[in-house]
Design a protein around this ligand. Structure first.
Ligand code: HXC
Length: 259
């Protein structure tokens, strides 16, 4: 598929795929087609055995300044209902391989929701996170009220969602929203470094572990523990488990194949 609003590379680095949001003049505002393109690229990468980790990024000025306001401006509630854009967002959440958001500049509204739908966030010092929808007389609709509250707690989430204020990368780090803050020129390199740390692990174990951590966010403790246990047992069905433990015993580096 030829993409208009993203650049997608399945072999950006060995085992690492990259999606670059590419509407720089509009600060990567997320229009419906761009979201469809992200969904398509993620589905493609999920089926590609060579891809073990995915990075989504924008540019220095903006990761994404939110959903495309110009595209939404004249819509009615029924238009929005019929468009059913959240089916696309649900698909992003269902991606089995780990996704890292590499964020610089504006990361707002739907942009912040997209970053939070990823599994980890690496940010440049210049990143600004916010849910400014309230200033447009709307509210977050792609998980912002839920994921932000779970990540940073009620007090800060309520303040951000009700006032639209932005927080800096450092504040986001202190609040537990993101994994790393680095100088602007290093944010993509740092995301690649993190992706490489994941890419050397067993793809089977990574998939089962990611699924289990995500389960913690939509289940009670007992159900989550039950789910974790099943995935733990499942790891022992892989050749990688034998290789990993064998390599430890033989004092060598493991070579994981995803089988
Ligand atoms: C459409 C946008 C946009 C957006 C910026 N642009 N954000 N277009 N949708 N979300 C466009 C501007 O209109 C402008 O186009 C160009 O990008 C550059 O933006 P400026 O405003 O001139 O830049 P600056 O003065 O530096 O201000 C940056 C900014 C501001 C603070 C990020 O652009 C801003 O407040 N943007 C909107 C942020 C926002 O409210 N996001 C939430 C959207 S609602 P022109 O043509 O004038 O040059 C949402 C709901 C999600 O995300 C629901 C789930 C899907």
């Amino acid at each position: 598929m030829n993409y208009e609003f993203i650049i997608a590379e399945s072999a950006f680095q060995p085992h690492i795929a990259l999606i670059r949001l590419n509407r720089p003049k509009e600060l990567n505002a997320l229009n419906l087609q761009l979201m469809q393109e992200i969904k398509h690229a993620l589905l493609t990468f999920d089926q590609d055995d060579n891809v073990r980790c995915i990075i989504i990024t924008g540019n220095e000025r903006a990761f994404a300044a939110g959903a495309d306001i110009k595209q939404m401006e004249s819509k009615t509630a029924i238009d929005m209902l019929k468009i059913d854009q959240f089916e696309t967002w649900d698909q992003i959440r269902k991606t089995k391989k780990p996704i890292i958001a590499a964020v610089s500049g504006f990361c707002l509204g739907g942009g912040c929701e997209l970053a939070m739908t990823c599994d980890m966030i690496v940010a440049s010092e210049t990143a600004k996170f916010g849910q400014p929808e309230i200033k447009l007389a709307i509210m977050p609709g792609a998980g912002g009220t839920q994921r932000l509250s779970k990540a940073v707690g009620k007090a800060l989430a309520m303040e951000m969602v009700l006032t639209g204020k932005f927080i800096s990368a450092e504040e986001a780090m202190d609040a537990g929203l993101i994994n790393r803050v680095v100088p602007e020129e290093l944010y993509l390199d740092e995301a690649i470094k993190l992706a490489n740390e994941i890419a050397v692990q067993s793809p089977v174990a990574v998939r089962l572990a990611k699924e289990s951590v995500l389960k913690a966010f939509d289940s009670g403790l007992q159900e989550g523990l039950h789910f974790e246990r099943k995935n733990f047992y499942m790891c022992f069905a892989s050749e990688d488990q034998k290789e990993g433990m064998n390599a430890f015993v033989e004092k060598r580096k493991p070579n994981f194949t995803g089988k």
